[in-house]
Design a binder for this molecule. Sequence first.
Ligand code: TYD
Length: 214
Amino acid sequence: MSLFITFEGPEGSGKTTQIRLLENFLKACEFAILVTREPGGTRIGNAIRAIVLDANHTEMSPRAEVLLFNAARAQIVDEVIRPALSNGRIVLCDRYADSTLAYQGYGHGQDLAWLRRIINFATAGLQPDLTIFLNIDPDEGLGRKQSGAAEEWNRMEQKALAFHQTVRQGYLQLAAAEPARWLVVDATQSIEAIHATIQQRVALLLATGLGRKG
Ligand code: TYD
């Protein structure tokens, strides 16, 4: 049996820490694990990552952005994720298709129906068995300073914050629409408490054999 588990959440939500803790738990149970991330995870994906996340690329067309994230996704699905699942591994992926829906869709206002079609093409229909959303107010997640800054700085930060709030609401809508796939975890809790919640859900999936057969 294999499992495909994805992690979503804002910067500072503790995704990396929680992925590592889950990886350690599953390794201790003698499962074969593969940990990867998006955008990236392959040579081609990392080259795309450098293009799509380059802060100098201010002229990037929103549609080009969508296609670049999804080009990297197609590559990691074909080169890494599907082969690992076929080999009976548990794949833990830091971000996946829901990031495109949350950031490019809800965040940047790209049409969700189009995005779903593009994602479907990029992934050839591969959906996670479980998606863990580390739910935290982006303000808290980003650890912003609220006082003492210049007015201009605050305005810019406020804009950024509004974007991240919209992204968060997008994630919550996605989770509400597909509750069986999503685990929404209160990421203001302690690292241990968050891990315990995640571990419990994953253990349940494994015990009930709800992963992919293979
Ligand atoms: P990264 O440095 O990996 O940040 P994080 O630690 O938050 O995962 O940067 C990835 C950024 O790209 C992050 O801001 C989310 C964004 N992103 C999208 O906008 N769309 C996507 O499809 C993906 C995969 C990521």
